[in-house]
Design a protein around this ligand. Structure first.
Ligand SMILES: [Zn+2]
Length: 285
């Protein structure tokens, strides 16, 4: 064990310094929710995918379409990945989304993409769990702080092999959807948005925690596709994540994905998100 550090005389004073928000987000481009909701009203359902428990599925959501992830049959959380359908190198960036919006995201907030694009990929337009807020433990729903359950951490901590972690589920689904081999598909799997999952950090040790999701059948999260998207959703082997994941112990249920196309002209006036304007010179001519 390392030696305890020496506490300075002015420790309390240093701790009492008030925090400042790292990334004030009031200069982010405006989200025109009313335009999205008006376009959604007459949108036509074009696709439906049922994600089996302890498995994943990929789907296509063209730019300007809407997609809904619903709880069906029982409480279930989902590990969610997003890619630019036209350039798989551009994918969801959970860390920057967290820096911009906070640890959990909800209606009006966006899933941002990796560098150098750094633009909104999808906007949440409706969240039936929006009422949950932040509970007494610091827990909230739909986090962008977890990574995804995976077989490597399982080997590291439990010294056991489990093949139906979200990482492996997403790898198989992405390989099947794109035609890539498992080996070529795996590097595309990235840190997720945890749909319906209730998580936070313990106040005493700062550890990542999960608790039973408040989601119930009928709850849903709905998105607007800002660019052409491939989505990947895994119905986590943790079920509602009330006890454990990475095993076949928890009760698991399917998740439903539905895709909706807007009517012609419904998005008139909407400006698609541009690539980030930074010139990428990094200080060299
Ligand atoms: Zn999982």
């Amino acid at each position: 064990m390392p030696n305890a550090s020496v506490c300075p005389k002015d420790a309390d004073k240093r701790r009492a310094v008030r925090p400042v928000i790292c990334y004030p987000n009031n200069t982010l481009p405006d989200v025109d929710l009313s335009l999205y909701l008006a376009a959604r009203r007459d949108a036509i359902k074009t696709d439906e995918i049922l994600v089996s428990p302890r498995d994943a599925a990929c789907f296509s959501a063209p730019q300007g379409h809407f997609f809904r992830i619903s709880s069906v049959e029982g409480p279930q959380v989902g590990d969610f990945n997003l890619w630019n359908r036209d350039n798989l190198q551009e994918h969801f960036y959970s860390g920057k989304t967290r820096a911009l919006h906070g640890t959990h995201i909800t209606t009006g907030e966006q899933m941002w993409s990796s560098f150098p694009a750094l633009r909104p990929m999808a906007t949440i337009i409706e969240d039936t769990l929006n009422w949950y807020g932040i509970d007494e433990f610091g827990g909230s729903v739909h986090d962008v702080i977890g990574t995804r359950c995976d077989p490597y951490t399982q080997q590291l901590l439990a010294r056991s092999t489990y093949h139906y972690c979200c990482h492996s589920n997403l790898t198989r689904a992405f390989a099947d959807f794109t035609g890539l081999s498992l080996a070529d598909a795996e590097p595309h799997i990235h840190d997720v948005m945890n749909v319906f999952m209730c998580t936070g950090f313990t106040r005493d040790t700062g550890q990542y925690f999960m608790k039973a999701s408040p989601v119930r059948p009928g709850d849903y999260l709905e998105f607007f596709a800002e660019i052409n998207l491939i989505g990947g959703l895994s119905a986590c082997p943790g079920g509602d994540c009330s006890s454990e994941h990475s095993s076949d112990v928890a009760a698991c249920y399917p998740l439903l994905i539905e895709v909706f196309a807007p009517q012609a002209g419904a998005l008139d006036g909407w400006i698609p998100p541009p690539l980030n304007a930074y010139d990428r010179s990094h200080g060299r001519c």
